[in-house]
Design a protein around this ligand. Structure first.
Ligand SMILES: *Cc1c(COP(=O)(O)O)cnc(C)c1O
Length: 370
């Protein structure tokens, strides 16, 4: 029996140990732990990777979402359109500003926001659309942009799962007015703790976010707004700079893993993820299949040493914290149906072909028996 974690961060550390240890000790030797050259350099390098002018390092993807929306002027009483099929943080970022998340169901083929269902949700209070590039696959931004232009709305991207993904040739991060990234350890570029970034081409937004992340002032002893303490740690920036040098290779490996899964599962009867194409270049943060008897399959895989995760079993509109909105089961039927059918298989870059063979062998066997 093989033992395969859903994400195995130790493999990557062992392979790049020397580079990472050197980066960490460099920060310790310089004694520069808050902002400074590592953070500046990372911000420049990550902006360049996204093809953007600016990047501001912050403490988490959640803060990156909050700051992105706050910089756009989102406040109490406003509405922001997003999806119920995402990590909870997507909507939390809206709620933390006192604004209201207004949900739109996903397109059943792409798992991302269904552009054809957005316009009916736009009201006088709508200020922005927050598409999520879920599982590493870009949302269909052209259609979203057409609506945003028509109705005078901002676009803030939740790019927390999609570092380096391309939509019609452009990297995510520059497809709207502002974008939020997470470097949680499990993300495609992962820190050794929490970290995030805001990416934009708009200098006005940059100045605002710089204030938000340092108590509301850029200069010491001069505070012009209510901010918080949410900086990207210098240690994390140093680690992330090492990772930036390798991320293209890791993305290639994730895509290869996805192709192997597609091939080995082609006769299994499970529903495979949408194929990547020239216009939608996924970076496969997650490899998500839809299956019958999901919980039994998950259990069977676990019994045989393979850990899997469901992204996400409880749609955001059904979370207890949003019960006051009065949503009911059936309000977002695609999201709700998929929440019971989806399961994410391990796809981290260091996964081997024989491990993928083992996992898919189990899945094929499970459905042959059934
Ligand atoms: C991870 C994630 C976030 C939150 O990022 P944190 O760094 O964990 O705060 C937000 N949205 C999506 C889609 C994510 O996957």
């Amino acid at each position: 029996m093989m033992n395969i974690n859903f994400v195995d961060l130790r493999r990557q550390y062992r392979r790049y140990k020397e580079e990472i240890d050197t980066a960490i000790s460099g920060v310790c030797e310089r004694g520069e732990f808050i902002l400074g050259s590592e953070v500046d350099n990372f911000e420049r390098e990550f902006a360049a990777m996204c093809g953007a002018q600016y990047c501001i390092g912050v403490a988490s993807g959640t803060d990156a979402i909050i700051f992105s929306l706050k910089a756009l002027g989102i406040k109490e009483g406003d509405e922001v359109i997003t999806v119920p099929n995402s990590f909870f943080s997507t909507a939390l970022g809206i709620s933390m500003l006192g604004a209201k998340p207004v949900f739109v169901d996903i397109d059943p083929r792409t798992y991302t926001i269904d552009p054809s269902k957005i316009e009916e949700k736009i009201t006088k209070k709508t200020k922005a659309i927050l598409p999520v590039h879920l599982y590493g696959r870009p949302a269909d931004v052209d259609q979203i942009r057409a609506l945003a232009t028509k109705h005078g709305l901002f676009i803030a991207e939740d790019a927390c799962q999609a570092h380096g993904a391309r939509y019609k040739g452009s990297r995510v991060g520059v497809l709207g007015d502002v974008a939020a990234f997470s470097f949680h350890p499990s993300k495609n570029i992962g820190a050794y703790g929490d970290a995030g970034a805001v990416v934009t081409n708009n200098k006005e937004l940059v100045d605002k976010v710089l204030h938000y992340r340092t108590y509301g002032g850029i200069k010491r002893d001069c505070y012009i707004t209510y901010g918080t303490n949410s900086r990207l740690d210098a240690l994390q920036a140093a680690i992330l700079r090492v990772k930036l040098r390798h991320v293209d290779e890791w993305t290639t490996q994730r895509c290869k893993n996805a192709l192997l899964y597609d091939k080995f599962l082609s006769r299994s009867g499970v529903v495979l993820p949408p194929c990547p194409s020239k216009n939608f270049e996924s970076v496969y943060h997650a490899y998500v299949i839809r299956v019958k008897n999901r919980d039994n399959l998950k259990h069977y895989l676990a019994e045989n040493g393979v850990s899997t995760i469901v992204h996400y079993p409880v749609p955001i509109h059904l979370q207890p914290v949003y019960s006051h909105f009065g949503y009911a089961k059936g309000d977002f039927p695609i999201t709700e149906k998929y929440a019971n059918e989806i399961v994410s298989l391990p796809i981290f870059p260091e996964l081997t072909e024989s491990e993928i063979g083992y996992i898919t062998g189990l899945i094929n066997e499970f459905y042959k028996k059934a």
